[in-house]
Design a protein around this ligand. Sequence first.
Ligand code: SF4
Ligand code: SF4
Length: 138
Amino acid sequence: MTARKKWWEKKPVRFECQPDCFKCCAKPGIVYFEPAAIEKSAKFLKTSPEQFRSEFLKWDDGHWVHDVEKGKPCAFLIPTGCAIQQSKPLQCRAYPFWHENMNSESMWRFVGAFCPGIGIGPAVPMVTIRKFLNKFKL
Ligand code: SF4
Ligand code: SF4
């Protein structure tokens, strides 16, 4: 028996991150930092993983996370974008292709009301979407 196709496997899904937008970096919520992102970010900022964790992260339900509070963007957001672009966590790399956003086409459209990159630009290859969904599972 073949698995039923997901909605995004049946039609083109367009997305192009918009320059100077950064809305998703200012949205209140939690940024999960997987161990590799902690290691790489600490190295990039010329500090130790321990120092990076103690300065920017907290331990929450089995994960290291950075809190983004209402009215205060992510601590790594600078005027030109993400200060740790090269080492940013999987969660940020995968956005907006998160399971919760891709579960249904209506949810994707709902997220599109927030993220101006959704619905425009080139069609994103299915293999890329699948890769993000497989890598970032929270
Ligand atoms: S909200 Fe969308 S378009 Fe804006 S920076 Fe985030 S991913 Fe890019
Ligand atoms: S780590 Fe970088 S990409 Fe992720 S939310 Fe913060 S500023 Fe945005």
